[in-house]
Design a protein around this ligand. Structure first.
Ligand code: PBG
Length: 336
């Protein structure tokens, strides 16, 4: 007998049924987190041209979008609350609107949703930086320096107000040192032990945040974010930040961006002994990654749904438990 073909690997790729029953990666709607933007002072929802299909919501349009997501099994949301330009100029750190939004959403949806709130200062500061600038110095080589201590105090205040208003989870995205311990402590001292903390632990100073910054009106007026966000050539820094956040009480660690940092996701999930198997990993497919796929599809060079689903599967395969993605509702549809 001639046994030349005894290693026929193509056998397991023959039909959709075979391919599907051998599938190792599954996208689950309850592990997708949909980011939403709500902007103060809007009379009507507005398309975000930089981020196809996404909107600056009013409270009414946001409630409708949440209802639609719930229909498809997406129950977790990451909320970005953007102050109006006028208010920002007049009162930089006034969270009255934020509190009313969170209260309204929790009044309407209660425990049917899990509401993560992004906590950072970049939408609130006139400088567009994620923290307060040190007044008395031009920083290193003219680049503005951030006052870590004052910034962390404000992040704690904001987190507390959000949690008291009903946020289920706080997601600090500022990258200041030791903010996880400080926020955890603040919540615990105010009997908010049950509120989750998802830390943007490995957040890189990335070129892929452009569409978001247009949406959140949060571009730095001068300089860049490289003195607080991670350098993408420094793997060690991402790893030690993640370990520190876990030690300081984070419930979920996040890697951001996702699709071009799969190695970091994989390391934290499977390889790094301090984190592997010890804490869930979230990955944030950021605005530029998402929009890149949109543009590819708009140029007729790929089918969006199919390319998008592939991108989610790659992030899952690398080890992400949770995926934050602008297409969460679509991802849920595609996975069912
Ligand atoms: C705020 C923040 C940013 C993103 C999430 N929170 C922008 C930034 O750090 O400049 C980016 C999200 C995205 O691009 O989708 N600090």
């Amino acid at each position: 007998m001639n046994v030349t073909y005894h290693q026929n690997y193509r056998r397991t790729r023959g039909t959709p049924i075979i391919r599907n029953f051998l599938s190792e990666v599954h996208i689950r709607s309850d592990q997708l987190i949909q980011p939403f933007f709500i902007k103060e002072g809007l009379q009507q929802e507005q398309e975000i041209t930089a981020l196809s299909g996404q909107k600056q919501h009013t409270i009414d349009s946001l409630q409708r979008a949440i209802e639609d997501a719930l229909l498809h099994g997406v129950k977790s949301f990451l909320l970005f609350i953007v102050p109006s330009e006028e208010k920002k100029r007049e009162r930089e750190f006034d969270y009255d609107f934020d509190i009313s939004v969170i209260k309204k959403l929790k009044d309407s949806f209660g425990r049917n949703i899990f509401l993560w709130c992004d906590v950072c200062l970049c939408s609130n500061t006139l400088s567009g930086h994620c923290g307060f600038l040190l007044q008395d110095t031009q920083g290193v080589q003219g680049i503005p320096s951030i006052d870590n201590h004052q910034t962390v105090l404000e992040l704690c205040r904001k987190s507390l107000l959000y949690a008291q208003a009903g946020a289920d989870g706080i997601a600090p995205s500022d990258m200041m040192d030791d903010r996880v311990a400080a926020i955890r402590d603040t919540l615990d001292q105010n009997q908010l032990h049950h509120k989750l903390l998802m830390s943007y632990s490995a957040k890189f100073a990335s070129n892929f945040y452009g569409p978001f910054r247009a949406a959140a009106n949060s571009s730095p007026a001068s300089g860049d974010r490289k003195s607080y966000q991670l350098d993408y050539t420094h793997t060690f820094d991402a790893i030690r930040c993640a370990i520190r956040d876990l030690q300081q009480g984070a419930d979920v660690l996040m890697v951001k961006p996702a699709g071009i940092y799969l190695d970091i996701i994989y390391r934290l999930k499977y390889q790094q002994s301090e984190t592997a198997g010890k804490i869930p990993i979230a990955a944030y497919q950021v605005s530029g990654e998402y929009q890149a796929l949109k543009l590819l599809a708009q140029s007729g060079l790929a089918n969006f749904d199919s390319a998008y689903f592939e991108s989610l599967c790659a992030i899952k395969r690398a080890g992400a438990d949770l995926i934050i993605t602008y297409g969460a509702t679509l991802g849920a549809k595609l996975s069912s």
